[in-house]
Design a protein around this ligand. Sequence first.
Ligand code: 5GP
Ligand code: ZN
Length: 114
Amino acid sequence: MNDCLFCKIIAGEIPSKKVYEDEWTYAFHDIAPQAQTHVLVVSKKHTPDVAHNADLTDQELAACLRTCAKVADLQGLTGNGFRIVNNCGENACQTVKHIHFHVLGGEKLSEKMA
Ligand code: 5GP
Ligand code: ZN
């Protein structure tokens, strides 16, 4: 097992509050929510970020977005809307180098994205 935090969460070695799981993705509540609802969607296959996506098939990459929509539905966000955020690399302040998407909602979000 590598030393990746999200790989350990996917493997169940570190506990998480699961929202949804399928063959390609795992979704769980962020430990430090930045909105009323803040769920992380991660690819089950490790790749560091969106820029380095060659390890993932189109199916695995697309599944991340589909799971974001599924999570929004499960969390009751679809009606009023939600935001999907991906931090890629240093300038975006990515802290966990395992590809993931933030699903944020449950309240009116900032008009500014950065
Ligand atoms: P990034 O900054 O890389 O885009 O996002 C990493 C996210 O992972 C942050 O929002 C942070 O709060 C979350 N996070 C870090 N460690 C843990 C953890 O152990 N469990 C959970 N559920 N979330 C974590
Ligand atoms: Zn990983």
